[in-house]
Design a binder for this molecule. Structure first.
Ligand code: AMP
Ligand code: MG
Length: 300
């Protein structure tokens, strides 16, 4: 049985896990940094890097402990090598290199987005290639065609901000707290999604991409106008982002009729309103929707 020790530290979550070649998760340890960043209303890269340093080694020990496995028994060490906040990436990657050198194991440098693209296969053994992946996080917004391990085609990306960034800055403008996405979703429950006339950038465009920076600006103007309740702005922003995501996905599903499975990943995939719309889209397009459990949608 092949066993890999995986390390992740590209943003504000530190993680260590042991996974087998049969895609079984033997142990999984995760440390968040929400409290450290909360006073600033966003992730501060230098604070993030220092927090990774403090917990990475204990997390590795805890992951080995939980699985009752010695480092010697591990076949390789994998670590996120980017993209991400560089100070944080260095902590996980250097820890991985040091462990690999000390234990005489190979090091596998992992692209962070590739991790998101493949991790849904850990909880859905029936997930077959090829599938379409909607990757929506705080730093990325992409649609990928996943052909197999190591073979990906990026079909669409954001030309400015990520979808999660639109949620985070909306929360900041409305004073809803940090982290922003869940706070906007909570506020949106009591709001009217049609209250604020927000744009749906690039929808209907033949260009396949996303754009969210104009939406961020429109939210700020709506808030400054004093004409709208925070709940209505939150609900309207959430509806606008979801409309954009669905429109771009519809375009790709039409262009790729052989695709039978749609997978969502990234932090924004935790959004329940988005999951409902994606389920409806899946039914309408005749594709199976695979939404990994929220704990596997984050940076672990
Ligand atoms: P990640 O970059 O994958 O770690 O995911 C973090 C991003 O997901 C942040 O931008 C969060 O605001 C966003 N996010 C998390 N939960 C939700 C949610 N329930 N609704 C919308 N966005 C969310
Ligand atoms: Mg991520």
């Amino acid at each position: 049985m092949t066993i890999i020790l995986g390390l992740e530290s590209s943003c504000d979550e530190t993680a260590a896990a042991l996974v087998t070649g049969e895609r079984e998760i033997l142990s999984h340890k995760l440390a968040g940094q929400e409290e450290a960043h909360r006073p600033y209303g966003g992730v501060v890269p230098e604070i993030a890097a220092r927090a990774h340093v403090e917990v990475m080694t204990p997390l590795v020990a805890a992951a080995l402990d939980e699985a009752k496995i010695e480092l010697d028994r591990v076949d390789a060490i994998a670590a996120t090598a980017g993209p991400g906040l560089i100070g944080g990436v260095m902590v996980g990657l250097m820890t991985g290199k040091a462990l690999a050198l000390a234990a005489d194991k190979p090091l596998i440098a992992v692209n962070h987005l590739e991790g998101h693209a493949l991790s849904p296969r850990l909880t859905d053994p029936d997930l077959e290639f090829p599938y379409l992946l909607l990757l929506v996080s705080g730093g990325h917004c992409q649609i990928l065609r996943v052909e197999g391990v190591g073979t990906y085609r990026r079909l669409a990306t954001t030309i400015d901000d990520a979808a999660g960034e639109a949620f985070d800055k909306t929360a900041k403008a409305l004073g809803l707290g940090f982290p922003g996405g869940p706070a906007v979703e909570r506020a949106a429950k009591d709001g009217d999604p049609k209250a604020v006339p927000l744009p749906r950038p690039l929808t209907g465009s033949r260009e396949p991409h996303f754009s969210f920076s104009g939406l961020k600006a429109a939210v700020l103007r709506a808030q400054q106008s004093g004409d709208y309740a925070a709940e209505d702005i939150a609900a309207s922003l959430q509806a606008a982002v979801i409309d954009c995501l669905i429109d771009r996905l519809e375009m790709q599903l039409e262009a790729h009729p052989d695709i039978e499975t749609l997978v969502i990943a990234g932090g924004v995939a935790a959004n329940n309103a988005l999951r409902e719309r994606l389920a409806a889209l899946g039914e309408q397009a005749g594709v199976r929707l695979v939404a990994p459990p929220p704990w596997l949608c984050t940076d672990n």
